[in-house]
Write a protein that binds this ligand. Structure first.
Ligand SMILES: [Zn+2]
Ligand SMILES: [Zn+2]
Length: 169
């Protein structure tokens, strides 16, 4: 297994007793991660296995990172709330337009009903007029049989008249 130098973090062959880069003795006990007990080198700021901050510098970095994430979350919540408000406003706007549309349609419906009544009234008047016209037309135009009977009557009258004249002569 490779030996890591506790000072410069260089990877040395498993048989090495001293670091081949900085010459530090390699066999002394390495420090342990306080959380997972994994051994680490001096150069490590964070535990390779559990991410625990191992140096003051790393603790500072972790704090800053946590602070940054909290800020990001706060910003996300702000953005979300703003969007929610915007959506609510849009929804309200649509609701108002919808109500206006319904109102306009109801008014149009009332207008159309009034127009329909007006048209029905006019239609009734026209029908009455038409009936009157039909009646007068029927009176004006006599049926065909009336003319035939009249013609026959005149013919018979003439014939009778001729016969009377012939008879008296
Ligand atoms: Zn070294
Ligand atoms: Zn650890």
């Amino acid at each position: 297994m490779a030996k890591y130098c506790p000072q410069c973090n260089n990877e040395n062959p498993s048989g090495a007793d001293f670091c081949m880069v900085c010459g530090v003795l390699l066999n002394k006990e390495l420090p342990q991660c306080p959380k997972c007990k994994e051994k680490y080198t001096k150069a490590a700021d964070f535990c390779l296995h559990c991410g625990t901050a191992l140096t003051d510098n790393a603790i500072e970095i972790q704090k800053n990172e946590e602070h940054r994430q909290i800020q990001k979350l706060k910003n996300d919540i702000k953005t979300f709330n703003r969007k929610l408000t915007e959506e609510q406003e849009i929804k309200n706007e649509i609701e108002i337009r919808l109500q206006k549309g319904i109102k306009a349609l109801q008014n149009k419906n009332i207008e159309l009903c009034a127009e329909k009544k007006e048209i029905e009234k006019k239609n009734g008047q026209l029908e009455k007029k038409l009936a009157t016209i039909k009646e007068t037309k029927q009176l004006q135009t006599m049926p065909k049989w009336f003319y035939i009977v009249a013609l026959l009557f005149i013919s018979i009258s003439i014939a009778v008249l001729i016969m009377i004249i012939v008879g008296t002569l």
